[in-house]
Design a protein around this ligand. Sequence first.
Ligand code: PGA
Length: 244
Amino acid sequence: MAANWKMNKTIAETREFLRDFIPSVKDVVDVDMVIAPPFTALAAAGEAMRGTPVQLAAQDIFWEEKGAYTGEIAPAMLLDAGCRHVIVGHSERRQYFHEDDSVVNRKARAAQKAGLGVIFCVGESLDERDSGKTFDIVRRELEKGLEGIDAGNLVVAYEPIWAIGTGKTASPEQAQEVHAYVRDILRKRYGTAAEEIRILYGGSVTPENVNSLMACQDVNGGLVGGASLKPDSFAKIVCYKKEK
Ligand code: PGA
């Protein structure tokens, strides 16, 4: 279960969240927990998470190692702050910051080269879904974005854009349909290793709907925005009840 805090929380708020959250999940042994705070809170979060099962992720990365790239953050800097993963290709970055498939691919490659796990996001807009393009979009994003990427520390997140922050969740059937399709594409690229790649669902995941989403065969976890900002709500999601 991965928390994407987006542009939320100061350093103090991050520390306060972790002070409550970490003890509340101390008995969790079978769910990997990842939190992606904003850059400014990474180091403080990394310190608070040290020695705990909660893992740190960044929300973005740049592909160069260092140099004159004002405002950018290098892979080694993320490792330095304690990150083990990075979110790449989130729809908000594609939409607001014009990241195309080749930018997303360069970021994913740089992350893997540095030893960071990649949480690779794909998903269609409402218009694209309504005009029957969901599978085409998802296929293009995966085919172009995953060029040169290993299956090893790869996680894929399917996040329908129309479900992000809208309170409109994909139904379990809608999620499973696309997740199964993602799995097929991963099989073509990675063979049997595709069975081990975790495919997360993202888009208005809450403590109320997590069980039914997680009951789907190809839904292996969640990428949670809004409902990850409160410790008790994210803890409830982490402690979802398996219906399988
Ligand atoms: P949401 O965001 O849970 O607030 O819909 C999910 C995401 O964008 O990762």
